[in-house]
Ligand binder design. Sequence first.
Ligand code: PXG
Length: 290
Amino acid sequence: MSQLIWLDGELVPEDEAKVSVFDHGLLYGDGVFEGIRAYNGRVFRLDEHIARLERSAKALMLDIGMTHEELCAATVEACAANDIHDGYIRLVVTRGVGDLGLDPLKCPKATVFIIAASIQLYPEELYATGLALITCATRRNAIDACNPGVKSLNYLNNIYAKIECNLAGVSEGIMLTRDGMVSECTGDNIFVVSEGTLITPPIAAGILDGVTRRAVIEIAGKQGVPFQEKMFPNADVYTADECFLTGTAAELVPVITVDGRQIGDGKPGAVTKRLLEGFRELTKSEGTPI
Ligand code: PXG
C-alpha cells in the first residue's frame, strides 16, 4: 500500500513525494533530521525530538518556517494518515532549493518532509545474545569542524565508519575522538558498566545528545544505579563488566564483544537488562497520542 508523505504542508502519495535536484539537502547535505519512534499509538518523546531538531537547525541558521507546535502537529498528522500504531518516523528539513553554489542565502525556503513508516524491529534474540562491535579507524568528526551534536544530513563520517563495520561483518562500531577517546557508534550512543557504575561519554566529547541516552540516564537515576559522564579510552570498554548501545531504532542493545574481546562474561549484563526493562516500561506508558 502506498504511504502518504507529509511534504511542505500536504499529504502526498509516496510516488509523488519529490524534492528538486537543486535542493541543497541533496547537493550539499545541508539540512537536519530526526528519527522518531511511535509505540502503541503514541509518539515517544516528540517534544524532545522537535526541540533537538530546532537546536540543530538553529546551529546551521536554518529557518524551518514552522513553529514547535506546528512541527509536532505535522508529525502526528503524518502518523495518523498512515495508520501508524508502532512505527519509525523520519522528519527531514533541508535548506531548500537554491542554485549550484553552496551559499545558503540563495535558498529562500526550507523543504520539510515527514515519512511515517512501519518499523523494522531488530530481532528479539539480539537483545538476548548481544552485539559484536569493532573500533573503527575513522575518527568521529571534530566538534569544532562538523559538530556531531548537530543532527545534520551530512552523515558521511558515520557512513565511512559503517563501511568498516560491514567489511568486518559486524553491525556497529565504536568511533573515537581525535584524542583516541570513545565518542559514540555510527548510529547509537554507548554506555559501559564498571564496578556497578553506569558510564557514558559527555556531550562535550562530540556526540549526539541522544533521546534514548537521556531516557536511559533518567531510568538509571530512578533505579538507583550510580551514574557518571566521563571520557574513556576503548581499553576501558574491553575491561568493562557490561556494555550497551542506545538509539531510537535499537532501544538498548547489549554488546558482548569489542574487537574480538569478550565483555564481562560474554552475556548481556544484569544492569543492562534492568535498564532495558525500564526503557520498555517507559515506551509503554508515555507519548503523544496519534
Ligand atoms: N548517535 C548517532 C550518531 C546517531 O545517528 C544516536 C546516537 C542515537 O540517538 P537517539 O536520539 O535516536 O537516541 C543516533 C541516532 C540508522 C540510523 O539507520 C540511526 C540514527 C539516525 C539515523 C539512522 O541506524 N541514530
